[in-house]
Write a protein of this length. Sequence first.
Length: 393
Amino acid sequence: MTDWGQARIGENRRFVPDPNRRGVDADALIVGAGPAGLATAIALARRGRSPLVIERRSAPLDKACGEGIMPTGVRALAALGVDLAALPAAPFNGVRFVDGERAFEGRFATGAGLGVRRTTLSEALLAAAARAGVEVRLACELAAWEERGDSVLATTSQGDLRARVLIGADGLASEVRARAGLAAAGSPTRFGVRRHFRIAPWSEWVEVHWGDGAEAYVTPVARDEVGVALLWRGDGGSYSALLERFPALAARLANAQPITDARGAGPFWQRARRRFAGRVALVGDAAGYTDAVTGEGITLALHSAEALAEVIAAGAPLASYERAWRDLSRAHRAFAALLGLGVAHPRARRVAFAALAAAPGAFQALLRIAAGETAAERVRYSAPHLPERPLAT
């Protein structure tokens, strides 16, 4: 049985290691300081555990993404101690699909989503992590690791570190996933590129503009700014050339000042055989990624982080996290598969969209299921009943 002690975490307080845990630097060494990694660290700290986060990049931490957070994700951020009122961000009330002259939307049932620049979100999570007493080492790269008995010894660019468990939160192209033998074969062929424009949001929605072979995500991220992420097969072309595939959107942005350079991401559809192996676990995009067309990556990462932290804090087998992850991601994966058909088969998509436009309640119901707002899909893993026992497969 592991004796975790009775340390408490509060404002500006650090975890006080229990003397029985000599020989380890942290309960969990988390590789990656994106939303998934920082959320896992904060959730662990709030349960009295000692996480340590390493990140190979230096601040500011950015990534090309749609930058929209679903209502359940907004509440998860608040629960982590993020000061939402202080964020320069913009609310949105649902999602609108636009395909040529046809448009229809669905409204969230449990509150607004939030559009926020990735750099702003990273700064807010880093601040929340500091308040929770989490140590974050930037410009610290993982070189190798090996499991030794009841711990993992990691070699980093800032020296050796030992932890009870190693967590890969290192994104789409996760090296932890690959080195742990958890990567599954696939043929990822989709990419994304994002840019911000100085223009007041013209809609209360996140807009998804559909074209043949490409989609455009428009997310309000401030009172005078929108982010526009373009998704496509990666078959060449500049950001401007891709934007021209959406004439109405391009015309609306014609006089808007671009305020960031184009930033790319991908390839998407990264698969993992499972979310753990031995004393290694995966969270966020590293745990497997479908396609950015769903717009739910950050929200799923936040909920998965909470589930992983609860399993580790309970001393439960990491197989428990695998089950929790599958429950949490079920609707997301189904929605991604459905939208993937629309990406691959434009003619069928137009028929389906015509039916959804004629019955807007149907799309709204689908959106609420995908966003985790229905009773059937509000799955929040809980493990307080699990006995304290060492992590195992």
